[in-house]
Design a protein around this ligand. Structure first.
Ligand SMILES: Nc1nc2c(ncn2[C@@H]2O[C@H](COP(=O)(O)OP(=O)(O)OP(=O)(O)O)[C@@H](O)[C@H]2O)c(=O)[nH]1
Length: 380
């Protein structure tokens, strides 16, 4: 529905330091995100401010600097490492004579490119529609751009805005209804699995931690693993056979990230619910990342947001081939396995993880057999 900036196009990034200790990390991440979206970073314009400017987010001198960089590199797009208000976005596009995206729109764009299943596509479209709906009221719209191109003065008439708004509202309602149906059938499937006493295990982790690689190692499925942020978007589930306990359903989920746009978490509610309802989470960690601990915290934050904070976790310290540490298994004070160190790429330590899964399944089994369905969940 929305035209996307051309892949492979040249972009200028803008990142302002408001004194946050995570500033450099978030800028590095923006560069990775931009590349993951398929753009070339021509220049990064940085600055310092105490607070955003109401009209342009950056100061006018900074905006001139950005304009010069756009000119110099022939860039077709400017991406801000921040959330812009619709007004700021519009003012910037007019000042720079160039398309402007904020961090949320960039992440949504990546999600839109990656979504594969029908449900994933609908979820992303919903988040995009909601994001763009806020930009429709001010007389400067993405729909307008499709009609008139960037730089059209005045914006569409009130009547057109009203029509666009109604069209968006209808589309949002249709998608929400479709998603609700899909969510219901997912819930039915899940309950059938629970009835069969099958253990459900979800892989969670920061984007690029190695979830898909581990999922493939464990299930030998051809899930898309790539050195890109958010290579996996839709939840994929496969059965994994463990000799001592039978089959386990393993799900690979979307990667988490700092400042994951709020609307997106809401849109992915159904998919993420799979995570919240799992018996066990394998929290995959890129142990070679300098931001390892911050990423662990971020993942736990998102888990809390989706109501999965109490699901038991085994920490999987992945990429031990890069850190040089030997594969290992760590138990907590009660003797339960709390963490496994392994390499999904080389396969070292994956057997330890299987042992950990078996131990968890064995400890859980007696409970699963006497578990009954909640009577009040109102489905069927
Ligand atoms: N050296 C090394 N690289 C790994 C290992 N596991 C994964 N990788 C690499 O890390 C990158 C990301 O792996 P993925 O499996 O796609 O990561 P993911 O967590 O599924 O990523 P998202 O889909 O973005 O959430 C790929 O280039 C993998 O080859 C590992 O054990 N060692």
């Amino acid at each position: 529905m929305f035209e996307r900036p051309e892949a492979g196009g040249t972009v200028v990034l803008v990142s302002l330091d408001f004194g946050s200790p995570d500033y450099q990390d978030s800028l590095n991440e923006l560069v990775l995100l931009t590349r993951s979206a398929g753009f070339k970073v021509a220049a990064v314009v940085e600055g310092r401010r105490s607070k955003p400017d109401a009209a342009l987010f950056a100061g006018s001198g900074k905006v001139e600097e950005v304009a010069a960089a756009v000119q110099e590199h022939g860039a077709g797009l400017v991406i801000f490492n921040h959330e812009l208000s619709p007004i700021q976005e519009r003012n910037l596009e007019r000042a720079l004579q160039c398309r402007v995206l904020d961090r949320t729109a960039l992440i949504l764009d990546i999600f839109a490119q990656r979504a594969r299943s029908g449900e994933g596509k609908l979820q992303v479209e919903l988040a995009q529609l909601k994001h763009y709906a806020t930009r429709l009221v001010r007389g400067w719209t993405h729909l307008e751009r499709q009609r008139g191109g960037i730089g059209v003065r005045g914006g569409p008439g009130e009547k057109q805005i009203e029509l666009d708004r109604r069209m968006l509202a209808n589309r949002i309602r249709t998608i929400e209804a479709k998603l609700k149906k899909l969510e219901q059938s997912r819930a039915i499937q899940r309950r059938a699995r629970n009835r069969g006493g099958v253990l459900s295990v979800s892989l969670v982790g920061y984007t690029n931690a190695g979830k898909s690689t581990l999922f493939n190692r464990l299930t030998r499925a051809g899930t898309y693993a790539a050195d890109q942020l958010f290579a996996t978007l839709d939840t994929t589930s496969r059965k994994l056979w463990l000799p001592e306990v039978g089959s386990v359903v393993l799900s690979d989920t979307v990667g988490f990230i700092t400042q994951l746009p709020h609307g997106l978490v809401a849109a992915f509610h159904a998919t993420l619910e799979e995570t919240a309802k799992a018996d066990l989470l394998l929290h995959v960690i890129d142990s070679a990342s300098p931001n390892r601990d911050r990423q662990i915290e971020e993942v736990n934050k998102v888990l809390a947001e989706i109501g999965a904070q109490d699901v038991p976790q085994i920490l999987v310290y992945n990429k031990c081939d890069l850190t040089g540490a030997a594969p290992d298994l760590v138990r907590d004070e009660y003797g339960k396995i709390a963490a496994v160190r392994l390499s999904a790429r080389t396969g070292e330590g994956v057997d330890l993880l299987k042992q950990a899964l078996e131990a968890f399944a064995r400890a859980k089994q007696p409970k699963t057999e006497i578990q009954t369905e909640p009577v009040t969940d109102g489905m069927e």
